[in-house]
Design a protein around this ligand. Sequence first.
Ligand code: NAD
Length: 510
Amino acid sequence: MEILRTLGIEENNQGASTGVHWNTTRENGKIDVVSPVDGRLLASVFRASEEDYRDVSLAAKEAFSVWRKMPAPKRGEIVRQIGDALRDKKNALGALVSWEMGKSLQEGLGEVQEMIDICDFAVGQSRQLYGSTMASERVEHRLYDQYHPLGTVGIISAFNFPVAVWAWNAMLAVVCGDTTLWKPSSKTPLTAIAVQHILAEIVAANKLPEGLFTLIIGSGSTVGEQLLQDPDVPLISLTGSTRVGRHGAQVVASRFGRAILELGGNNAIILTPAANMQLAVPAIVFSAVGTAGQRCTTTRRLIVHESIYDRVKDVLVKAYGSLRIGSPLDERNHVGPLIDVSAVAAYQKALEALQEQGGTILCGGNVLSGKGFESGCYVEPVLAEAENDYPIVQEETFAPILYLIRYSGDVENAIALQNDVVQGLSSSIFTENLREAELFLSAAGSDCGIANVNIGTSGAEIGGAFGGEKETGGGRESGSDAWKGYMRRQTNTINYGTQLPLAQGIKFDI
Ligand code: NAD
């Protein structure tokens, strides 16, 4: 495939080191990367061994001792070059994201644009790693805090944003003076390899230590587990399911490491009688079926006031009927494939459970076959009626299934339903009533990390801190002051006087 060659990837023969640290073992078997678009084998990638892991971890550790001393704005200059290289490769890398993950070409390109944007953001951030100066209570003393690099940051990423989430973490981490060790999802290793090639050129051109960016490809239970347990990795940023995140958090905590956890969501939109339906309907449909329901911020629950419920239901059934399902590379299609056949099985299982628990499917629910659907990964988006307390509604099913839930009375009741799940990632309300909107955003409102008014739940801008509460893990990445998570804070007190006054007025005469 031409795009693989453009990105420096040889088909069916991946694994050798190309001057940057990653898998070198050839004896550990291969991961076949099959495209959900048409079922073709894109390439096979050698699995890393435990020894490969130790090599890359050591390389990252050694690079840190050099990199942490480089002035932060100079580190920013390297990130600027990475942003430019991504601009050059945007089309090829965006297309590979689509082929490997199955999202639309527009979204694949958008994902690379997000990488470019976070590079720009991180370049600016490299001159703004601010600490504070506090007023000391002691005479002739200065008190301040400063932020130092932390070490190697382990980045474990999910298949659905195969490269953007890495960039959110890695670009901030490197301007903060850290080195990075990336374990991508074994469902999407090719885009990671393509990025590693792009980085390799910049590392070589600037004569930087090779371990600045390292990559390890293998399963979660092998190299992923090694990474979680590695005492030389003070911070693990883990994006994935709550199941994997819960385990990762425990392993990292047991060695007193830090974790940034970006886990599953169960995102809801509230539609009140004061909603503007012109805005709400396209937002709901895009948020629920975009990326075939495989965004952590996908809308999974729609909580609708009873007075408008039937009307909303009719409009949505009609809108779902007009969705075109097919190759994500064809821009006329709205819905592409799920990542693999195991995701299709999870979709089918969820629909069975829904019906057993009393839910009704209003439309969709079939797995598509025949011409154009050879991969077996295309499913019809589902609109279903359900209750918020059904066990299946309480879970995140990573597929395009939207549960319609009715509420009555005041908006407080809708907010209570929206909060009544274990996850806390993204939420939104459609209303033109100021009181409802402000209540939703208040301390008594949505309990999620992201709360929106009059836009859907899915998607986010890099300028804000991204993440969620409760079983979504509590991590924050990307914009605002998320950079602080990648550094260690040090509080400094300097006595420039000739006395030794103690804090809190304590006297100690000797
Ligand atoms: P997953 O949990 O199956 O895998 C995530 C990553 O963890 C992969 O790289 C996997 O190889 C690795 N892993 C698995 N077992 C491991 C172990 N024992 N040790 C270390 N690593 C291990 O998730 P997925 O199917 O790739 O992605 C979908 C999930 O990710 C959904 O739940 C989605 O909501 C979530 N997600 C969350 C965010 C967010 O920002 N909150 C963003 C994207 C995806």
